[in-house]
Design a protein around this ligand. Sequence first.
Ligand code: FAD
Length: 357
Amino acid sequence: MGRLHFFSPEPLSPRTSLELGGSAEDLVEVSTVAEMAEALEWATNAGRTVSILGGGSNVVIADEGVSGLVLVPALRGIDIDRSGDGAVVIAAAGEAWDDVVAVTVTEGLMGLECLSGIPGTVGATPIQNVGAYGVEVSDVIEWVEVFDREAGYVTRLEPARCSFGYRTSCFRQCPNRSIVTRVAFRLRTDGRPVIRYAELERAVGSGGTPPDAATVRQAVMALRRGKGMVLETGAPRSVGSFFVNPIVDAQCLAAVEKAAGDGNAVPRFPAGESLFKIPAAWLIEHAGFGRGYRWGSVGVSEHHALALVHHGGGRTRDLVALAVAIRDGVEQRFGIRLRPEPVFWGFAGADPLDGGP
Ligand SMILES: Cc1cc2nc3c(=O)[nH]c(=O)nc-3n(C[C@H](O)[C@H](O)[C@H](O)COP(=O)(O)OP(=O)(O)OC[C@H]3O[C@@H](n4cnc5c(N)ncnc54)[C@H](O)[C@@H]3O)c2cc1C
């Protein structure tokens, strides 16, 4: 089979930010679309299911491992087209996301600076429509190029066809059908960063002139470090936020306020007409799982209650048991069932916490 090298089996924990989980039955890295097609043909002939792995910073892998072929898109390349309005940055799926952000900032392009410091690859960013500090990657996506496994060819999707939403997209809803090969981002050259969070506004200072992209990036990185939201050597391992912030209507918000009791103001942010986003971290802390809560080898981050962490030497089942305890604790206290953010591989259902993506 061509130049492809299959690892059979291949331990997956070193390929994930949690450093947890068993092995893949087979794993292959592909660096061109032709290799991707070849690997997929091999999987079909061998009767293997296919799972796509980027940087492993948003997957929870069962201790028993994953059956079938794990395909790692390792396509590389970053191009900048300045011929039209602003600039279009085209990045291949296997590029590290933060490297691409750094390049755009160095080039003085605006649009990605608030998404600095998010681990993982370019190809994964449209999957859950990554976001931070009030910016989502879909705000600047021009197109997503995918290998459509059902059609058997490469095609480009405009954002309108990607069903982007809060931490979701059509790719997340039909996992592993489309393999992202490249993403194009339309960025601005107007020197005006988008700053939607008061916390970030304070961090960049309120001088008369708008901060440049590099200043915003530095401020974002510092804020993220303070919350343990940057992958650093020696820090406990995580997938970032373990739960999505729930979006509720006024009736549900009133029920949460009642459950919280007097003297506990429930934080909320507007999230559309008569809808409110409640920080899941607040619900978790007020359900008794404070920062630094420890359960053997796993626990809640000391910096942010939304991040569940692996301190080393643990098993995925411990982390999942803690996540279930937190979800159930929040539900009992506030009547809200938290939805997990990462994807789960190798479990009986698609999602051991809720049975679906
Ligand atoms: C410390 C930390 C902080 C984080 N902060 C944030 C944050 O601020 N905002 C945020 O949104 N996320 C955040 N995350 C989550 C994570 O970094 C992102 O979801 C990231 O985009 C995942 O990239 P990845 O390459 O590691 O994907 P993986 O974990 O490998 O895969 C995630 C999903 O994407 C799919 N996928 C990956 N590559 C492709 C491809 N080329 N084609 C098709 N499907 C693919 C996989 O099948 C899987 O379903 C954080 C994670 C950590 C560990």
